[in-house]
Design a protein around this ligand. Structure first.
Ligand SMILES: Cc1cc2nc3c(=O)[nH]c(=O)nc-3n(C[C@H](O)[C@H](O)[C@H](O)COP(=O)(O)OP(=O)(O)OC[C@H]3O[C@@H](n4cnc5c(N)ncnc54)[C@H](O)[C@@H]3O)c2cc1C
Length: 452
């Protein structure tokens, strides 16, 4: 199913007209992996260059819903598209172009994987500072998804690292925003506007990033804390101290137990965990880790042996990916960092109120908390009630709750983004200007209706 009926013969003729049969797939086995909430596209296309991607959009003329795809790891976020004729994979637009090791900038096709960027920059002792290398995610998906970098304390947010983009717009034009230098903006900074645009404003075909020197050392201190409040106090103390952590995460006891299993941290006896990471020179990271250990001790915590890396599954978990089958609901909560301790309390009581189970991790510095939750037989009313209760409890502190993953019937009956304030209007203005026929990822841009 893909919204209103599609004239399959017309679609095939247009797509093959631009890309040839080798650039298009129509068989179910090729299309099914691109399903969104049960909606399977009529075709999957693989344009080989930005120019052909743009040409394809022009040829489609707004007739079919087109959803851009990177690695597909965060494709589930958002409502299903209201029309879904074509999944446009960026897999073939995946070349690393200009890499300037002197000015630390790199331009690459949007389908380039983070693994490839990591390999290429490693040879020059440089890196794209998005935390931990994770493999099949793409540069375009990173920009269009904008889910926040774990080490923003050390390297800044994604918005500071993305210098420029080239975009294929719905009318078939190719446009460049931003540039390859750090100060390149006069007027409205459109590059930033495409961050988090979820494929609904244009197809990002090329990205330019600011790189960083690779740190000599990464050090991770895990501390088992007596309570979530003590863990939150430790995090606040760390950020007030002269120490310069790269990341600070907090895990309530259930999440701590899962992570302890993944990282073999031993028996935590139901205690929450704090994770503090430092990047830098060996002597400096050693000294900072010792100081952080002392702060953890003062807060009643027990520092576990220091590690020099985080396992892939643990890193994925901290960034919102469960290693096994996910529970029905994944929420992303935004709060002030100083409210994190209380947010864990709000989560626990809301879970109890609605008969749900769950586990939660907070990226303290970003003020973001991921909650995985479920109810007996994934009862929709319990999952809906949990989401609404959390929204009410976070509203007084200007917090927000986004629904990242939910059963289709829950998704259909809830606002997935909550109150968007002024950004809903801005999104609509840009959507109507850049994609007046609503061809790109229709219905997926926060605050913009599926049909207009
Ligand atoms: C260990 C780990 C670390 C992570 N660190 C970060 C991090 O530092 N920062 C971060 O933001 N996220 C991070 N994530 C989250 C997530 O992986 C990213 O958002 C990710 O880059 C998604 O990439 P993808 O290629 O799978 O995108 P997809 O899931 O394919 O796409 C995501 C969204 O973007 C749209 N899209 C994809 N490509 C394009 C394109 N070329 N043009 C227009 N729209 C497009 C899609 O339609 C979809 O709506 C991390 C995840 C893990 C597991």
């Amino acid at each position: 199913m893909s919204g209103r009926p599609v004239d399959a013969a017309a679609l095939k003729s247009v797509l093959e007209g631009v890309l040839g049969p080798e650039g298009c797939r129509f068989d179910p086995a090729a299309r099914e992996p691109f399903a969104l909430d049960g909606r399977v596209p009529e075709a999957v296309v693989y344009p080989p260059t930005p120019e052909r991607a743009a040409e394809l959009l022009r040829a489609c003329g707004g007739a079919w819903g087109i959803v851009p795809w990177g690695g597909g790891h965060r494709a589930e976020i958002g409502p299903p598209p209201t029309r879904y004729g074509v999944a446009l994979s960026l897999a073939r637009i995946a070349e690393i172009g200009e890499y300037d090791t002197e000015s630390l900038t790199l331009s690459a096709g949007a389908g380039t994987t983070l693994f490839d960027v990591d390999q290429r920059t490693r040879a020059h002792n440089q890196m794209l500072a998005v935390g931990w290398p994770w493999e099949r995610h793409t540069l375009g998906g990173l920009a269009a998804g904008n889910r926040g970098t774990p080490k923003r304390l050390a390297y800044g947010a994604l918005r500071d690292q993305l210098l420029g983009i080239k975009v294929a717009l719905a009318d078939g034009s190719l446009t460049r925003f931003g540039g390859k230098v750090l100060k390149n903006v006069a007027g409205y900074d459109m590059t930033k506007f495409f961050l988090g645009s979820r494929g609904a404003l244009g197809v990002i075909v090329e990205t330019t990033w600011k790189l960083f020197s690779r740190p000599d050392h990464e050090v991770y201190l895990w501390a088992a804390m007596p309570s979530v409040d003590a863990a939150a106090r430790l995090a606040a103390d760390l950020l007030r101290s002269p120490l310069l952590p790269a990341c600070v995460f907090l895990l309530e006891p259930k999440a701590a137990q899962r992570l302890a299993g993944l990282e073999r941290l031993g028996d935590l006896a139901g205690r929450p965990l704090a994770l503090v990471g430092f990047d830098g020179r060996a002597a400096a990271t050693r000294r900072q880790t010792a100081d952080a250990e002392a702060l953890a001790g003062k807060a009643g915590g027990e520092a576990l042996p220091v590690r020099e890396e985080i396992g892939q599954q643990a890193a994925g978990y901290l960034m919102g990916e469960l290693p096994s089958e996910e529970p029905a609901l994944r929420l992303r909560l935004g709060t002030l960092p100083s409210f994190s301790g209380k947010a864990f309390g709000a989560v626990r009581s809301a879970l109890d109120d609605h008969g749900c189970t769950g586990e939660a991790v907070a990226d303290y510095a970003a003020g973001r908390l991921t909650l995985w939750a479920d109810a007996a037989e994934s009862a929709p009313e319990a999952l809906r009630g949990l989401t609404e209760t959390l929204r009410k409890r976070l509203a007084p502190v200007d917090g927000f709750v986004e629904v990242e993953r939910a059963p289709p019937e829950v998704k259909a009956s809830l606002s997935l983004w909550g109150d968007l304030g002024g950004s809903a209007k801005l999104n609509r203005v840009f959507k109507e200007k850049l994609d007046p026929q609503n061809a790109l990822a229709p219905g997926r841009l926060p605050g913009v209706p599926g049909e207009f």
